[in-house]
Design a protein around this ligand. Structure first.
Ligand code: NAD
Ligand code: MG
Length: 389
């Protein structure tokens, strides 16, 4: 039995993680964390009986603690609470399924406690990839990707990886020529910039293939998500951004591919169901049964590929520029987007305003090549301030 800490248990990835653990066992879930949804968290506590939970929102944590007076589960709160549960060295695996940059410090705490990490929270690598990868190497832990494209790349690299299968041992590979990072193109593929302007949050929340949390669904519509994934892939696989090619594949059947130096392309194919990459990360290197659908190649008949429209989906272009520059500019890209998406979801700004806000914040920023954690947080604060333009 391995001890598991699940950060973000009430979210889309968190709930699916619990579903997978429930099916296959092998883990004792010792701690859970959520932002504020104490009703769902209470149901999870009743079913799992973790030792500790953290509710980030202090007031909600107080209400939950009151409800659980006669329960053995301890209720913590705030960043201190997150760091306490993530930094517990008796954990074997921590799943980081929190959304946003708030995931950086708990992920780092888990790594420093010698715990393997299954990472869904891409913002952590986007903004602090250099710090996280250094810590992974130093503490000799595994960093297992949950994001479907990165899981696909990881699966394609099996057997061609490192002696122990961990990223620290891999450190870039001379046999990888190119990473083909696939992208559905989102619900607005094929539209012009003018047509994008009037799109509302309700339109953007209708993703054609994937069911996900709100923030990432908007990022998938703007293609900012793909830019974040380029940054994520760059760190996870120690690859130059020039070696990562974004390929639009509208049905989300090919989850990504790797092209090797002999011209051979290895791809991972499956139905779009996040439980598959979650399960692969949790039980790696084992493959266990999963009752998700199956891709029927005859039903599918054809797979289409397109080049991304970088001029219309400006967020992708801006993000790739940031990824190439590297440094605190990636935090600015991410934070300006996080802020803009929050306002877009509230109906306060238009769809293409998200791009304008990101562009403005990037133009205002003086890049720091290898920012410290403090400088990363400073770049975030600066971007949010500038985003209020
Ligand atoms: P979500 O909005 O559904 O869930 C987010 C979770 O994080 C919730 O449990 C919430 O309570 C928790 N949380 C937020 N702020 C917190 C805080 N300050 N302290 C503690 N917990 C906090 O999001 P999601 O779709 O599950 O995505 C989670 C992460 O995984 C994101 O970084 C996203 O980019 C990434 N991801 C998601 C998917 C997907 O299919 N949903 C796919 C790939 C990557
Ligand atoms: Mg993805």
């Amino acid at each position: 039995m391995k001890n598991l800490c699940l950060l973000g248990s009430t979210g889309s990835i968190g709930r699916q993680t619990l579903d997978i653990v429930h099916r296959h066992g092998g883990f004792k879930i010792t701690s859970l964390a959520a932002n504020s949804n104490i009703d769902l968290l209470e149901q999870q506590i009743d079913a799992i009986h973790p030792k500790k939970v953290c509710v980030y929102d202090k007031e909600k944590a107080g209400i939950l603690a009151n409800r659980l007076k006669n329960n053995s589960t301890e209720v913590l709160s705030g960043m201190e609470g997150l760091l306490e549960i993530a930094g517990d060295s008796s954990n074997d695996l921590t799943v980081t399924a929190i959304v946003g940059m708030i995931g950086i410090n708990p992920t780092l705490a888990a790594i420093e406690a010698g715990c393997d990490v299954a990472l869904a929270n891409k913002e952590t690598l986007v903004t602090a990839g250099h710090i996280i990868m250094k810590a992974v190497k130093e503490h000799k832990v595994k960093l297992l990707p949950i994001d479907s494209e990165h899981s696909a790349i990881f699966q394609c690299l099996q057997g061609k990886y490192g002696p122990t299968g961990d990223y620290a041992a891999w450190n870039g590979s001379p046999i990888v020529e190119k990473i083909l990072l696939t992208c559905s193109g989102g619900p607005f593929r094929g539209l012009s910039y003018e047509e994008l302007r009037n799109k509302t949050a309700a339109d953007a929340l209708k993703h054609p293939n994937w069911s996900m949390g709100n923030k990432i669904t908007i990022d998938s519509a703007t293609l900012v998500n793909k830019a974040l994934e380029v940054m994520e892939a760059k760190w996870l696989f120690m690859t130059d951004v020039d070696k990562i090619q974004v390929v639009i594949q509208p049905k989300s059947i090919i989850h990504s591919a790797v092209q090797f130096v002999d011209g051979s392309i290895v791809a991972q194919i499956g139905v779009p169901d996040m439980r598959l990459p979650i399960q692969y990360a949790l039980y790696y290197p084992e493959r266990l049964p999963l009752d998700c659908g199956r891709v029927d190649l005859f039903d599918l008949a054809k797979i289409e590929f397109y080049k991304p429209d970088y001029d219309t989906f400006k967020g992708l272009k801006l993000g790739i520029e940031a990824a190439k520059t590297c440094g605190s500019i990636c935090t600015v890209f991410n934070a300006a987007n996080e802020y803009a998406v929050g306002r877009f979801l509230k109906g306060e700004i238009g769809f293409t305003d998200i791009y304008d806000i990101i562009e403005h914040c990037m133009a205002m920023h003086k890049n720091i090549a290898e920012p410290t954690l403090e400088e990363v947080l400073g770049a975030e604060a600066e971007a949010i301030e500038n985003a209020k333009m």
